[in-house]
Design a protein around this ligand. Sequence first.
Ligand SMILES: [Zn+2]
Length: 360
Amino acid sequence: MPTDPLTLGQQLVAVLEGGHRTATYKLAVMVALLDLAVESVPDDPGAAVGIDLDELTERVMALYWTQLRPLDEKQHVVLRQSNDGRGVVFDQLTALRDASTTARLRQVPIESAKLAVPKAYRTAHATIKKNLVRYPLKLLQRIGTGPYDSFLYDDSWLGTDSTRVIAAHGNRIELFPGVCHTLARLAPLVKPAFQLAWVDDVRRMNREILGDEPDIAAHLFGTERVSLARPAEVLADHFGNDCFYCNATLRTGRHDDHVLPWSRVGIDGLTNLVLACRSCNTSKSDLLPAPAHVTRALDRGRDVLDSLAETIRWPSQFDRVVAAYHGLYATQPSTTPTWFAPRRIEPLQRGDFRWTDAEF
Ligand SMILES: [Zn+2]
């Protein structure tokens, strides 16, 4: 049974090292799978878990959406994600960007573009999904050229672009028993490794464009991916212009803070955003917050957050935050440091958090 974390971790590393990649799609699929695993942790650690292919496609699109914004607004330089700079994902997302004519859409999460140009989004999604099923999902677990063992999910039926075949398999891949829970445990270790490999690949694929350009990691995965100015305004108007954590009034230097760190969960939805003072924001950094902070963020209320998000056509993602909250804390050991306040970082106290849907 491939649920031993060490063995599964070694197999994932083998995916990373399995030869020269001509495109970054496998890395994107793996990062999306890790995020989805965290949000899908079952109560029974040994359970098999289905991953919906529409959902997986949305996550892959979201990852590329911000990466394919121009590196330099004036020159319209967009970084390649494959050796020849072409590919279905690239073409479809470029078309989606072109459909969203207003420039401001370029700095928003893809969910906002989905609301603005739903038809163009559906077209891109359908094409990209077929492409993912046909190539990276089929090839992800194949290491080298010989026979191989699937260790994440059964890929024998993949490689098709038949809508009928995909539907016949429930429109999903099924993670083997125990794999989802183990992936969620490994995610904090493995996701950064996949992101680093992604940065290296993009650097290699864009050597001529980049020259000495130093920091493409920030362009691909940094905090400037989307502009949080509009959600911050809405939060200040509704909840007050105070630090969510220490209640200090925010006169200058207001910071937009992801309650669950973006690096861990990739959630830009309003439910995961609060205003924070510089001191709290910088000391919290990428640490997991103490569970009480997440509970408080959710206690602002689904209805309130959803309707505020709607006024600015921003995703709310309440359910994703609840799911990630559960998955993150349920799979980490009690020695995990959690952030309470500046200069107060303490081991995770498991009794501190509640996470069932019914409680929110
Ligand atoms: Zn503060």
